[in-house]
Structures are given as C-alpha cells and as structure tokens.
Write a protein that binds this ligand. Structure first.
Ligand code: MRU
Length: 335
C-alpha cells in the first residue's frame, strides 16, 4: 500500500507480510479513509489466514477469530472496518459449515477480500454517476479531508462525485480544505486532483466561511466514516463546521458514501464512537513544534454533522433524502 503519511513529498509503498503489519498500517494511518481501511482489513485477514500453519479447522477457526479481533482493534469510528470484518466472518462461517478444508477456507477468504475490493471500486463509480447529476454545471466545489481514490479501493466517494461531474462534461473547480491536524486535504486530496488535471485550490480550514460569503462555493461534498440510522454523519473533524457554514450561505451540502458506511444499528450521531488521537498530531507539524510543552490538547479525529444539515446522501444505489430514518432503512433493505 502507498504510505499516505509521506505524500505528497514522497511516493513510498509499504509491503505488509503479516496480518499484524496490516493492522499496524491501519492504526498508524499508512492507509486511511473508511472504505480503504475496510478493504485493507479484509485483505489483512485473508493474508493472515493464508500464512496460518493450522492443519485442522478448529485451530484455524480460533486463529481466524484472533486475526478478526486484531483488525477490529485498530480504529473505532469508520464502520466500514467492522462491516468488512463481519463479511469475512460470514464467509468463513458458511464455508466452515459446508465442511470445507483449511485450504479451501483460505481460498474463500482470498476471494471474499478481493470481492470487497472490487465492489468498492464499482460503488465509487456508481456514486460518481449519481452525484454528477446534482453538481452545478459551473461547479465551485468545497470538500473536506480526503474521500478520494486513496481513501477507497479506487476513484473515491466525494472525489468520485467530482470525477463523475468532470467526466460528464461539467466545468469543475475544487477548493480543498487543508484539514488540520493530519492535513488529508492539502496533502492527499490536492495530490489526487492535481494529478487528474482538475483545478484545485488549497485553503486552510478557517478560510471556508469567508470563501462562501464571497460566493465562491456553490456545492459541498464530503465523505463519511459512519452514517447513523437517522442520517447523522460522522466524518473528519471540521466537517460539522463546514456544514453549518454551508447552511448559513444556502449552499447544498452533500455526503457521498457507500452503503457499507451506513450503520442502522447506531440510532443517531450521539452513539457514534469518536476516535481521539495523540496530542502530537496537534502540537507538531512534520518535525516542527507549534504549541508549548505543557499545553493540553484535545484531538478528536471526527465530528458528527446532524442530518438536518445534509441535502442528500449519495450512495451506489442513488441519492437518499430526508427523512433519512425512512430512506436509509429502505436503501439498506436487501443490501
Ligand atoms: O482519519 P481518516 O483520514 O481515516 O479520516 C477519513 C475521513 O474522514 C474521510 O472523509 C472518510 O473516511 C471517507 S473516505 C471515502
């Protein structure tokens, strides 16, 4: 996997040879973004089990459970991680119940992980096509964090919508919020969009209000880490502020996410677990110290945007609108 901590300065690839290495890569943000960590966890489970020396299915099943637990302990907010682990568990259970051998089980897990990967790319493409329809013809789009190819198996969710709009012939200019403290917007979104030849302007997070006030934004689209049953959406810290500003300036605020990001078991945003990361991400940038020793730090990685601020949720099955409690339940039935 490409080491996302090093971009854009260096394009370095990390080779994971064990499940533990994959888990560490997720935890330390070598790879990040909700769908991408789900795919990585599934691949990590398949990799870990491929390396298993167990000869009997009982021992193999015990190891499988441990590897799943290892992946589940990496990051708490993005539900795609748990969704992917559950899918691997269901695949395992069905094959084990059918009496498959250890070698057959290994092949099944490989195939399922690959399928999760391939489906994610297809979902992003579908989101791109649906989302393109609601993007204005002369679009000035603000996005926050990175919900691009790097954050998925390819193409992206929010950036998939942007790519879809460009492919459909719309004129598109993008403003990328820098996204403190990890700088996913400046480092990753801008890197992706510039490579695609899409006009990109990086702003610091505190500039978006002024930008909107000057009429320079007519569409906002962001990704999501977990969407609760009522539509409340957890995404990168700072998303909520953007949504409030968009409402004040009457700019449509859209969320783009696959159905694997929708968590009907979580009733609302208050019940979404929010990861807190270490203080150093806030006090330092690169090697440079920005805040004095002794200052306390609060570093939540995500915030929750309440559903009433969201104009629509763009998925691979179409765009869902309020009341989300009904539209999301319908979207998910049969998924
Ligand atoms: O902490 P990160 O970088 O994993 O957070 C990523 C985001 O918040 C993304 O917007 C979200 O996962 C959607 S990615 C398609």
């Amino acid at each position: 996997m490409i080491d996302q901590r090093k971009l854009p300065a260096r394009e370095i690839y990390v080779r994971c040879k064990t499940a533990a290495e994959v888990a560490r890569a997720i935890k330390t943000m070598v790879i990040r973004g909700a769908p991408a960590i789900g795919v990585a966890a599934a691949m990590g489970i398949a990799l870990g089990m491929r390396k298993s020396k167990a000869t009997g299915t009982q021992k193999f099943a015990a190891e499988f459970q441990n590897v799943c637990d290892l992946m589940a302990g990496t990051r708490p907010t993005a539900v795609n991680l748990f969704w992917a682990i559950d899918r691997m568990k269901r695949t395992f259970a069905a094959a084990a119940q059918a009496g498959e051998s250890v070698d057959q089980l290994k092949d099944r897990l490989d195939r399922e992980a690959q399928l999760i990967h391939d489906e994610d790319v297809a979902s992003c493409r579908a989101m791109g096509a649906f989302g393109a329809e609601v993007v204005p013809a002369d679009a000035k789009i603000l996005t926050h964090c990175n919900a691009g190819a790097l954050a998925t198996a390819g193409y992206g969710t929010a950036l998939g919508v942007i790519r879809g709009a460009v492919e459909s012939g719309k004129a598109v200019a993008v403003f990328a919020d820098e996204t403190r403290p990890f700088l996913q917007g400046a480092r990753l979104t801008a890197w992706e969009l510039v490579r695609d030849g899409i006009q990109t302007t990086v702003i610091t997070d505190n500039m978006s209000g002024s930008l909107m006030r000057q009429g320079k934004v007519n569409f906002v689209v962001v990704g999501a880490d977990r969407i609760a049953a009522n539509g409340d959406t957890a995404n990168k810290i700072g998303t909520y502020s953007v949504a409030v500003l968009a409402r004040e300036h009457q700019i449509p605020f859209y969320v783009a996410a696959p159905l694997s990001t929708i968590d009907l078991k979580t009733p609302d945003g208050q019940h979404i677990p929010i990861e807190e990361r270490n203080a150093r991400e806030v006090t330092h940038v690169g090697g440079a110290q920005l805040a004095p020793d002794g200052a306390q730090v609060w570093n939540p990685a995500f915030d929750v945007t309440p559903h009433h601020l969201i104009a629509g949720i763009i998925t691979e099955r179409g765009i869902f609108r309020a009341p989300y409690i009904e539209s999301l339940a319908r979207a998910y039935s049969g998924h």
